[in-house]
Write a protein of this length. Structure first.
Lengths: 282, 369
């Protein structure tokens, strides 16, 4: 029975996953196909009508578009900034440990605190950001009150909060690079910038892939900053899929619709991750 | 005077207060295969990396064809290095690995292609050009690393223990290959190793390093025959140097070196021998003559252990105060031997200062005095 043994060892993990991931997922799918019931019971079968209602709603498309914009703008920017910081903090500088801690601080700050801080800093009435920009002749910028500025403002806050985490991962990646390979590239005549693009960046590929996956999933699920800072406003300019699902489920008590939104989003994440994996393993 | 290809002038290195390289001077001629031999931590790799520009020079200067190296960054030194763990670019093909340095040095596609293919042909790695490093064996990877250096056609090769990650058989064949290639290409080579066989077989000349200082430099055979001190003698002995306490007895012009295993006649000792009577005597296993005709000899030593290496046999014999290792041809070994007698005449003896370890002289012993 040796061949059964590995499956036996896998069983506990699979059981936990089944109970807390796959079963809820199936229930979610079931929920999206039924009319609202009373309590935890299901209403009558309505097929895919929740989905057709959803897809007919122009707000859904706007929210989905804003979510994708948020993800595909903030993730690459945060990763690029993180890599740049990691390259700097990989140098043998005096007091480099202090800087590593400083850049990591936002990661360990509670999201609520960061949101409160950001609300104060980006305040339209005398926020410190506008104050500083004014000193160099810019602004005032209508950060959170203007529809065109609100989503970028959330992105700035999210990048600021996450960049330290990505930086630490990149730093670990940089420090595990084979030094001799970089030395060899130097003796082969590659100057710093060429060395970065021809050696360092390609060798960091596994780290970049890992970070891209984690960052994409994480930023798709953005909710905290929206809920704490804008509640999706002004006039849905910062409404994103998770917040949209939350509104439908808990404000409008449309659990079936919320389930449908969640599953559509789940499918989107899966497709994007699939494309990402394909691109990285080519 | 012809400017040497590579010249170390008072080159030193410290980490904090620890001096890891004493200020050393060394000249390496154009086209020479020069080996730096020493135990780990002796500073030989530091010296190599300083030459490459991967570590800074704290004191002194290194000159390549007369030009000081320290103002030139490693990217522009026209030096190629072969690393211990090959350091191939894992994300590039063998072709890409060899072409990388050429493209960086401004060769166009046609020239690069021609050089890569010529070098691949030279090393017999043409079939591997499209493979990645992880798809080929260690010996092949080492050949690619050599190819990467050769294709660039630099003025100097630096090799940092390039054979130590290979298994014994591959090592021997790649060693021969490196020697042949270097002869053919005539490029000055600085080669670092802790393996005395590599040093002896590869080097036109070599330097033995210990504790950040050169112990002795010269042709391998000269260093082998006349080690400058106890350390060098010990380092160039396989499996180990027999070190004995000895005394010098002067008698009408010649000297007798008395040791616990016998007395050796030094018929033509140098005039400048110090007056001290106490010395240390070094004898390599293969330099000791022995006889199994114990009855004819006055004294003999009991055999404790015999190790057969194939063509050679190692005989371990006990004497009062220690153990003597002797190496003899396997066919000279009687299988029922219990004891050996040392035959002084023809044995080679190295005499070292008892305190400092500096060599006082080397001689082939005459008949017993």
């Amino acid at each position: 029975m040796t061949s059964a043994r590995p499956y036996l060892y896998l069983a506990p993990t699979l059981a936990v996953l089944a109970a807390f991931t796959y079963f809820p997922l199936a229930r979610l799918a079931e929920l999206s196909l039924h009319a609202p019931g009373i309590g935890t019971s299901l209403g009558p079968w309505i097929g895919f009508s929740a989905y057709s209602t959803l897809f007919a709603n122009p707000l859904f498309w706007r929210v989905a578009g804003q979510t994708l914009l948020y993800v595909f703008a903030s993730v690459p920017i945060a990763m690029a900034v993180a890599l740049a910081l990691a390259l700097l903090l990989d140098q043998p500088l005096r007091g480099v440990g202090v800087f590593r801690v400083l850049y990591y601080t936002p990661v360990v700050m509670p999201t609520v605190a960061v949101a409160a801080l950001a609300l104060w800093m980006f305040n339209a009435n005398g926020g410190i950001i506008d104050y500083l920009l004014h000193a160099i002749g810019i602004g005032p910028v209508p950060w959170l009150v203007d529809g065109a500025w609100a989503l970028p403002t959330l992105m700035i806050v999210a990048v600021w909060k996450n960049v330290g985490y990505y930086m630490i991962i990149y730093l670990a990646g940089l420090q595990s690079l084979p030094r001799a390979v970089l030395d060899a590239a130097r003796l082969d005549g590659a100057r710093p910038i060429a060395r970065f693009f021809t050696i360092t960046l390609p060798l960091l590929r596994p780290t970049t892939f890992f970070l891209a996956v984690v960052a994409l999933i994480g930023s798709f699920q953005v909710f905290d900053f929206v809920n704490l800072m804008t509640q999706g406003g002004p006039s849905n300019a910062t409404n994103v899929l998770v917040y949209f699902a939350y509104q439908n489920g808990f404000e409008y008590v449309q659990l079936g619709m919320a389930a449908a939104i969640s599953l559509v989003m789940f499918a989107m994440v899966l497709m994007i991750l699939g494309a990402l994996a394909w691109a990285f393993n080519r | 005077m012809i400017e040497p290809a590579l010249r170390f002038a008072g080159v030193g290195k410290s980490y904090g207060s620890a001096r890891i390289l004493e200020d050393l001077d060394l000249e390496i001629a154009e086209g020479e295969f020069f080996v730096l031999l020493g135990p780990s931590g002796c500073g030989k790799t530091t010296l190599l990396r300083m030459t490459a520009g991967l570590q800074t020079i704290d004191r002194g200067e290194i000159y390549l064809r007369g030009a000081p190296l320290s103002p030139i960054p490693p990217e522009r030194r026209n030096i190629a290095m072969v690393f211990q763990d090959y350091a191939l670019y894992p994300h590039m093909t063998v072709y890409g690995n060899m072409a990388f340095g050429l493209r960086r040095h401004g060769h166009d596609k046609t020239e690069t292609d021609a050089r890569v293919r010529r070098t691949a042909a030279l090393l017999g790695i043409e079939p591997l050009l499209d493979r990645r490093p992880h798809q080929i064996s260690g010996g092949q990877q080492q050949r690619v690393a050599l190819g990467r250096a050769i294709a660039r056609d630099p003025v100097l090769y630096l090799m940092d223990e390039p054979l130590s990650n290979l298994d014994a058989q591959v090592r021997a064949s790649v060693r021969t290959e490196i020697k042949e290639l270097q002869r053919r290409l005539g490029v000055t080579t600085l080669y670092v190793t802790h393996d005395q066989v590599e040093a002896m077989t590869l080097g036109d000349r070599m330097a033995v390093l210990n504790d950040g200082a050169i112990q002795q430099a010269g042709r391998p055979i000269d260093i082998y025959r006349e080690p400058a001190n106890e350390f060098v003698a010990r380092f160039l002995a396989t499996p180990r140097l027999n070190l004995l306490e000895g005394t010098l007895e002067h008698s009408n012009g010649s000297i007798v070196v008395r040791t616990p295993v016998g007395a050796f006649a030094w018929t033509q000792p140098p005039r400048s021998l110090p007056a001290t009577a106490k010395v240390r005597v070094g004898m390599r296993p293969e330099e000791i003559k022995i006889s199994f005709d114990v009855a004819a000899a006055g004294a003999s030593l009991p055999i404790r252990l015999i190790e057969t290496l194939g063509s050679q046999v190692l005989v371990f014999a006990d004497f009062d105060g220690g153990e003597l290792t002797v190496s003899i041809p396997a066919d000279a070994m009687p299988h029922d031997a219990q004891r050996i007698a040392i035959v002084p005449s023809g044995s080679i003896v190295h005499v070292f200062d008892h305190a400092g370890g500096a060599a006082l002289g080397h001689f082939v012993a005459g008949g017993e005095g």
